[in-house]
Design a protein around this ligand. Structure first.
Ligand code: RP5
Length: 169
């Protein structure tokens, strides 16, 4: 993948996906992390085509210093759930829409986890929110990052208020 982590610091978020064909969707997660200068890594870790590597990634993620994993996949999208089954880290699942079924297959594959193995599932194609959720998870223990998130939320509020003002004018 062409993007490198935005900073030279060690990655604290892992962005993984089942195939490089998921990247056009998953890129938005990386962009959100870039906006907050959160260092991340990106890789393809297919649950079905490279299951042993996938388990190894989940096994080692916390020990390597990652604090959260964003996992995207399409179709029979088992990657986020399988990673959540082996890592204690929070896993954010991104249902990637494919040509058929409009991503409903991906969504249901990711969201219907058994009790005890949570995956924080975002909307179909919602990789930007996955990135922002990872920022919020990190911000819970990082005051500077929390303040940046509050600034971001204030901007969202102003943008929405502007829209109302324009309509009322
Ligand atoms: C899934 O199969 C991947 O996450 C991707 O969404 C889908 C298609 O993969 P490719 O055939 O494009 O490699 O496992």
């Amino acid at each position: 993948m062409s993007n490198a982590p935005s900073s030279a610091s060690a990655p604290v978020v892992g962005i993984v996906m089942g195939s490089d064909s998921d990247w056009p969707v998953m890129e938005a997660a990386a962009e959100a992390l870039d906006e907050f200068e959160v260092p991340y890594e990106v890789d393809v870790v297919s649950a079905h085509r490279m299951p042993h590597e996938m388990i190894d990634y989940g096994d080692r993620a916390a020990g390597r210093g990652l604090k959260a994993v964003i996992a995207g996949a399409g179709g029979a999208a088992h990657l986020p759930g399988m990673l959540a089954s082996v890592t204690p880290l929070p896993v954010i699942g991104v249902p990637v829409p494919l040509r058929h079924l409009d991503g409903m297959d991906s969504l249901l594959s990711i969201v219907q986890m058994p009790a005890g193995v949570p995956v924080a599932t975002v909307s179909v194609g919602g990789a930007r929110n996955a990135g922002l959720l990872a920022v919020r998870i990190l911000a819970a223990h990082d005051e500077a990052l929390r303040e940046r998130m509050e600034g971001f939320q204030a901007e969202l509020r102003e943008q929405a208020q502007d829209k109302g003002r324009r309509l009322r004018a």
